[in-house]
Design a protein around this ligand. Structure first.
Ligand code: FAD
Ligand code: NAI
Length: 465
């Protein structure tokens, strides 16, 4: 009889966990995946990446019709919002994709253990009252919303909500206050602004989108303001009270000063996410978390406890689905005795607003801390495709090492920046110089030509500006 029930048991079926389980099974390992949700796919497929993109995509069409963008191209329509149908197509997308993971589990012979898992020891885990043993256990439990002290989130009431509640609002709020000018606040704030809400974003820092390049952050703020969002930067929320269907927020300057009141029909709390490590029984296996409640691993995604591995939002690094997926593949390959690696220096990030905001590698600020850099910039206004499509906002910025010309970072604000950034990531993986990009033939007319021209601008020779 085998020593363990499974070679690999993955805890959590988000983009990290389900990918790890499938790859482990593909590599011939007997694999199970424990998931407590009713459907597979984790935060990303159920309440994150996918439903938010479904609402962003649909609301973009509505906005294009309502704002006159379509009329400018000779298409006169007066849109009428059927919010129930919009939610319906969101739910259909989620159902299709989460069902798809269930199909892939069956196809690859991954056993889905339904329930929340808890460690008994490093090789045994209890799921739904049953103990299961495995030679290797991968923790891929993801993250959940960071609460704001003193502010009670109640998605069922629909007044003070987190991202899950904000995806499901039953009607368009008159006035929505978003606490936190990060990715969730700007994406979901954009959805409801496009559908008619007045949206006010309250951000503690003096600029939106921490972690992104400063030029990008400043340009993004200008664009969001132009689109009609109100930005209250350097401001903190000190309390929220709810009476019936109305909320009142108390705001203060971040540096201290006089408080002001702000009322809202809906308040979205989007101040970050925290790793899911509570209730896992980490004490039972002697695994400690760091100050940010993350599980630390080595480059192979092994924790300090033999046979226990961790990936995705629960470990340090950007909380992104594609980072979790790549770590899922790498950890399975390492368990199988292969060499699974993730290059954490080249993980693209995309904000799916319109225009999209994307970046990979170092910001100009971080690159300058390392040494001398050369920077090339090219405005989308001078890109023929963007101009033809009436998408003048944004730019591309290429940051290269001043001595070696190696590309250190690429940043884009453009309607399809999320797609454009893939070529930059690939170039950086291959150790490209800005000259390599500048001398690569790009199809015309495409938005991607702006990356070529920004690369040409690194040495001062773009053609179209
Ligand atoms: P998760 O997806 O969080 O999955 C973890 C799973 O583990 C969950 O299903 C949970 O139920 C389960 N679990 C937890 N504890 C246990 C337990 N003890 N036993 C069994 N199961 C357990 N990222 C992007 O890259 N692009 C985007 O466009 C994007 N949009 C987002 C939009 C929103 C609104 C949100 C909230 C997030 C978004 N993200 C996006 C982030 C992305 O969802 C996460 O980075 C990604 O889901 C992390 O994957 P993961 O596998 O680590 O964890
Ligand atoms: P975030 O970390 O992106 O932004 C949170 C913002 O809230 C920051 O700007 C922070 O300064 C601000 N903040 C913190 N405390 C505050 C306070 N008390 N008052 C006012 N502002 C405050 O976190 P967010 O938007 O909640 O997203 C969580 C995670 O989900 C992110 O790490 C992101 O990577 C991921 N995500 C990714 C998406 C994508 O890739 N397109 C989409 C949505 C989420």
């Amino acid at each position: 009889m085998a020593e363990y029930d499974y070679d690999v048991l993955v805890i959590g079926a988000g983009p990290g966990g389900y990918v790890a389980a499938i790859r482990a099974a593909q590599l011939g390992l007997k694999t199970a995946c424990a998931e407590g949700r009713e459907t597979l796919g984790g935060t990303c497929l159920n309440v994150g990446c996918i439903p938010s993109k479904a609402m962003l995509h649909a609301s973009e069409y509505f906005d294009a019709a309502a704002s006159g963008t379509m009329a400018k191209m000779g298409i006169k329509v007066k849109p009428e919002l059927d919010l129930e149908a919009m939610h319906g197509q969101r739910k259909d997308s989620v159902k299709g994709l989460t069902g798809g993971i269930e199909f892939l589990f069956k196809k690859n012979k991954v056993d889905w253990l339904k329930g929340y898992a808890q460690f008994k020891d490093a090789h045994s885990v209890e799921v739904a009252g049953k103990t299961v043993t495995a030679k290797n256990v991968v923790i891929a439990t993801g993250s959940s919303v960071t609460p704001l002290p003193g502010v009670e989130i109640d998605n069922s009431k629909g007044v003070v909500v987190d991202s899950t509640g904000a995806l499901e609002l039953a009607s368009v709020p008159k006035k929505m206050v978003v606490i936190g000018g990060g990715v969730i606040g700007l994406e979901l704030g954009s959805v409801w602004r496009r559908l008619g809400a007045e949206v006010i974003v309250v951000e503690f820092l003096d600029q939106l989108l921490p972690g992104m390049d400063m030029d990008v952050r400043k340009e993004a703020a200008k664009i969001f303001k132009k689109q009609g969002m109100t930005l209250k930067l350097s401001t903190k929320v000190t309390g929220v009270t709810v009476k019936g269907k109305k909320a009142t927020l108390t705001l203060e300057p971040a540096a201290g000063g006089d408080a002001e009141k702000l009322d809202a029909d809906v308040v979205l709390v989007s101040i970050g996410r925290k790793p899911n490590t509570e209730g896992l029984g980490l004490d039972e296996i002697g695994l400690e978390v760091n100050q940010r409640s993350q599980i630390e691993t080595d480059h192979d995604f092994a924790t300090k406890v033999d046979g226990v591995w961790a990936i995705g939002d629960v470990i340090p690094g950007p909380m992104l689905a594609h980072k979790a997926e790549d770590e899922g593949i790498a950890v399975a390959e390492n368990i199988a005795g292969l060499t699974g690696i993730v290059n954490h220096d080249v993980i693209p990030g995309v904000v799916y607003t319109q225009p999209e905001i994307a970046g990979v590698g170092l910001t100009e600020e971080a690159a300058k801390e390392r040494g001398a850099v050369k920077v090339g910039k090219f405005p989308m206004l001078a890109n023929s495709r963007a101009k033809t499509n009436h998408e003048p906002d944004g730019f591309v910025k290429v940051i290269a090492d001043a001595e070696t010309d190696r590309v250190l970072g690429v940043w884009c604000i453009a309607s399809v920046a999320g797609t454009m950034i893939a070529q930059a990531a690939q170039a950086m993986e291959f150790g490209a110089t800005s000259e390599d990009i500048a001398y690569t033939c790009h199809a015309h007319p495409t938005h991607s030509e702006a990356i070529k021209e920004a690369a040409m601008a690194v040495t001062g020779k773009p053609i179209h500006i």
